[in-house]
Design a protein around this ligand. Structure first.
Ligand code: 13P
Ligand code: SF4
Length: 349
């Protein structure tokens, strides 16, 4: 491991400013330590778009790298150490299903429906969203984005993560009779009048976050009186309600960082991240609600990172072809970029 880390550092030095390595918070600790910056999905999208390097070696999953490509400058290339690092949540809807559903609910709802797609989705969905004047959102800005459209008296079709949708709806105090769940066979709660619905939510989920239970929280509260519970909003509604705080990975990291020495935290999110928080803040006690790793995030490792950097060097010196490049299909580029930029505009506004 020491040798490969040295090799990566050496390659980074040789490649200099032409390469930047962003890492998502869920990346393994050794990858985060070698990265140039780390963040949640929103922070990474914005920080990547502010870089000048010719090559962005994105350590995260595919939808994040696609987002970086959509926001990149023309001369920049996005490299992903393992192009198969996907996201089962993002696979739960595509633009064909979304179009069909959009037509169906538009017929029954009296308001104009705007699609909001969680960044954990592929570019065909972001493109669908941009075509309909909608926006992408992340776990750090879902409330602001949904509110933006509701305040214009529009209805929202939110996908693919049901939990982020419903947890955000509760924060915004949207009445339950104005919300419907859409099952993935396209059925909508039978008997419900859709005319006055404000929020249609697709029934997707993240398996990593679905495993946490209120029982996990009760056990920790019993064992460690005074413990603080912080969870990601992809967790089930009752888990979020039983926690003290919920938020994006960046919020989780920052909240624990800012907490007093000696504080105890039960954390409901991805395991590699929770382990790194424990490593970074040894003056605090950090306990995962349950051991739940993201198998796709774990596909990025030192071996494929070194291969990516070597391929860039070969390409630059004319010795070989560039490998592991992420390119969003031409047809999706413009509308998907529009939906991503809309998110940044609303978030900053
Ligand atoms: P964040 O945007 O909070 O980092 O979440 C990304 C993710 O994939 C959570 O499962
Ligand atoms: Fe997708 Fe869940 Fe992994 Fe996040 S943790 S990348 S939502 S599978």
């Amino acid at each position: 491991m020491k040798d490969i880390i040295e090799k990566i550092k050496e390659l980074k030095k040789t490649l200099g400013d032409s390469v930047v390595i962003p890492a998502h918070h869920y990346q393994k600790i050794e990858i985060v330590r070698l990265s140039d910056f780390v963040g949640d999905s929103y922070k990474l999208a914005v920080d990547c778009s502010n870089t000048e390097s010719e090559f962005i070696v994105f350590c995260g999953v595919r939808f994040m790298a696609e987002g970086a490509q959509l926001l990149a400058k023309k001369y920049q290339k996005i490299i992903m150490p393992d192009l198969d690092a996907g996201c089962p949540l993002a696979d739960m809807i595509d633009s064909q299903i979304a179009e069909k559903l959009y037509r169906k609910i538009s017929k029954s709802c009296k308001r104009e429906i705007i699609p909001i797609v969680y960044i954990n989705s592929y570019s065909n969905m972001k493109s669908f969203c941009g075509q309909k004047d909608g926006s992408v959102c992340t776990s750090s800005n879902a409330g602001k984005i949904i509110e933006y459209y509701l305040s214009q008296d529009k209805a929202v079709f939110f996908s693919p993560d049901y939990n982020l949708g419903i947890n955000t709806a509760r924060q915004l105090k949207i009445p339950s009779d104005k919300i419907v769940k859409i099952e993935n066979d396209l059925t909508i709660e039978p008997g419900k009048d859709l005319k006055d619905i404000r929020l249609f939510i697709w029934d997707g989920f993240c398996y990593v976050h679905k495993v946490f239970t209120t029982d996990d929280i009760s056990k920790l509260r019993e064992r460690y009186p005074g413990i603080n519970i912080i969870v990601h909003p992809e967790c089930d509604e009752e888990v979020v309600n039983s926690s003290d705080i919920s938020g994006s990975t960046q919020k989780i990291y920052q909240t624990i960082k800012d907490s007093p020495q000696g504080s105890i935290w039960g954390v409901g999110t991805e395991l590699n991240f929770v382990s790194r928080i424990a490593e970074d803040f040894k003056d605090k006690k950090i306990i995962p609600l349950r051991n739940s790793p993201c198998k796709d995030m774990e596909k990025i490792n030192l071996t494929n990172l070194v291969q990516s950097l070597s391929s860039i060097l070969d390409y630059k010196t004319g010795k070989g072809k560039l490998k592991f490049e992420v390119k969003v299909h031409e047809d999706f580029q413009l509308p998907a970029r529009k939906a991503l930029k809309k998110m940044i505009e609303i978030s900053k506004g």
